[in-house]
Design a protein around this ligand. Sequence first.
Ligand SMILES: Cc1ncc(COP(=O)(O)O)c(C=O)c1O
Length: 397
Amino acid sequence: MAATAASATTLPDAPFLPFHRASIGPEEVSAVVEVLQSGWLTTGPRVKQFESAFATHVGAAHAIAVSSCTAALHLALAAIGLEEGDEVILPTMTFAATGEAVLYFRARPVLVDCAADSFHLDPNRIEDAITPRTRAILPVHYSGYASGMDAILEIASRRNLKVIEDAAHSFPSQYRGKTIGTIGDITCFSFYATKTLTTGEGGMITTENPDYAGRMRILSLHGISRDAWKRYTSEGSWRYDIESLGYKYNLTDLQAAIGLAQLARSESLRVQRAALAARYTCELSSFDVFVTPVVPDDVQHAWHLYVLQVNEETLQISRDRVIEELKQHGIGTSVHFIPLHLHPLYQNHCGYRRGQFPNAERHFASAISLPLYPGLTSEEQARVIQALHDIARLYRR
Ligand SMILES: Cc1ncc(COP(=O)(O)O)c(C=O)c1O
């Protein structure tokens, strides 16, 4: 007989454990105070310092700080000259931003399924999705490590396509000894509040191509000629030329100050997330009701997400019910992602339909993202693990 939710062990007095808490320390606080006291709050010396430090950190020739990864994706597609009617290949298993950036151009997001055993885009499905209108492949480095970049780069080079990487989840990360941010034509990072390096909101674009870098820099601040941000400084001039139709996508010095402090701690933060992930896997992999993430040997994982999958063949309750049970235990979780083709925009505007990408649908139906952040204490993580053990015991078929 199925157990009821009421029979699960609950800890009513324990405070709610959120899905995420940003790791902000005294370094970030004093860096922000310093900027506040400097009298210069928006794009300025801190942003330039952050761009330079980030470029050095990943080993990229150019880094352009922007207001979000969404903005980064928009500028990257503008830099390659995407036009109305063009097509961009991307995984259906991604966040709104990846497809949205393509739609800004009235171009078509050509969605591709995941591999059977991973949440990443399946490189074997790319070739079939290419048409004469295809301009770029936009892989998403889901959860914290790269898609199969060797295969993607080989197809792109043979079919004369650009590769723009959505690395919103993947700082700091490596693929076959190469740092993410140095592999494709352009890489886009997110510094959103839940990300592995945060500035509250923010993003960074890296590229080896000086023309792309120059274009993206100008477009990021109203299409105004080089160094528009300097116009109020002693080095700058009040004169400016609007060279093209641009956007207001600049990062501020307040945000960059947080980013610089986070960057300095990024390896230590990564190691802490990796240790938490290893503990989840160690404590949860012996239950046949759960599937723990498998990490390829050739990557270094940034561990933005720890995505546990529910095995509905051995568990009596659905993923949604597991999330509810965890909530009753006072534990916050999330789901990454509802595949794009299941959303009204993609069905009504682009003609996608349910059933078209079965691997993504299967992965989506089983996925739960568990709390994973450096401030998660050992006791808090033990609570998550204990709750999952309780669920496994109560609801195993
Ligand atoms: C895969 C992916 N791409 C892009 C974004 C957009 O990032 P931002 O919020 O910095 O615009 C996100 C945000 O969560 C994401 O998960």
